[in-house]
Design a protein around this ligand. Sequence first.
Ligand code: DI6
Ligand code: FE
Length: 397
Amino acid sequence: MLYKNATLATLDGNSPYGLVEKGAIWVKDDGVIGWVGEQKALPAELAKEEAIDLDGRLITPGLIDCHTHIVFGGNRAREFELRLQGASYEEIAKAGGGIVSTVTATRAASEDALLENALTRIDSLLAEGVTCIEIKSGYGLDLETELKMLRVARRIADERPVRIRTSFLGAHALPAEFKSRADHYIDEICIPTLHAAHKQGLVDAVDGFCENIAFSKEQIGRVFNAAKALGIPVKLHAEQLSRQGGTALAASYGALSVDHVEYAIAEDVMAMAKAGSVAVLLPGAFYALKETQKPPVDLFRAHTVPMALATDCNPGSSPVHSLLLIMNMGCTLFGLTPEEALRATTLHAAKALGLEKTGKLMKDWQGDLAIWDVRDPAELSYRIGFNPLFMRHFGGH
Ligand code: DI6
Ligand code: FE
């Protein structure tokens, strides 16, 4: 497919957005970019091919939502009401609500019902030009339901034109049946379930939640050792509600990403820089929990730690179904520039998932595209509650 007369935010080179005006891009039948650049430089044999004239509209790499919990049962509207009345997220979790209440609903739901339910949320993301979504398990917390969640996540790619990456998040919360026995849960359920899920080819990465309402560094370390032995990359929810030292732990395992990181300090950021980990910022959870501690964006810049942005779509701390809104929040709440916000949902999100040659418009890179009815890429972060997607190009189609 050849697109002509487009504005290209290639994200390549040193100019802002790697912008090319009056550009053209050719995506080959195998879904890989065959040619991209200024239209006047288009080789003669391509120039005579049939093309879509975009009349100056903007093309970016397809957006990537690199952190979601989008497969789950039930909802937490009641918890939302409780939090509005003053209960904190931690208090609700400690009282047996929170993540564990979603576990009950997810265990009870059939595989087909979970899929149908997730697709409604997936469709909101796809409508905004998202072409790749990471999905975590972690609302099963038993062998059967963790595997069910991962199967549902993978089935989404059969139902919709989207790439799916799955992360095993067995160390998300302690299920009620293991109350006060977190070490037993890790050894008897979490790690054996990881082995089973890996054996069935359902795991692209291993994640955990290092927090005083979840698991300690030592417990997460045991899960990461199991991941390492299986050759699976890791990532971690760390320093979200308090500073626990999860960031340094994750970095010591060469984590693909460390996520949330509101409470990270300079030494954490330096450990991430050394490990090459991406900082995945989740302003939806920051907003919904009325957090006031902002992630150390200036330190990430100073140490050239790439920043990604994601929805964290989940029924509790971030019931967010718009990656464009997250780009706006990244700018408004965390002080990213619109250019950083676009890199954060394309190139850097790809890196957070360990995807190669994805997230830039370059020859031989992956050719999933979002085509927008705007001319200036800053417009993607600027509006709130407005979707300027013109069309999406996925794979070889
Ligand atoms: N941190 C989060 O923001 C989500 N998981 C996590 O570890 C929240 C999940 C939930 O509240 O259901
Ligand atoms: Fe999360």
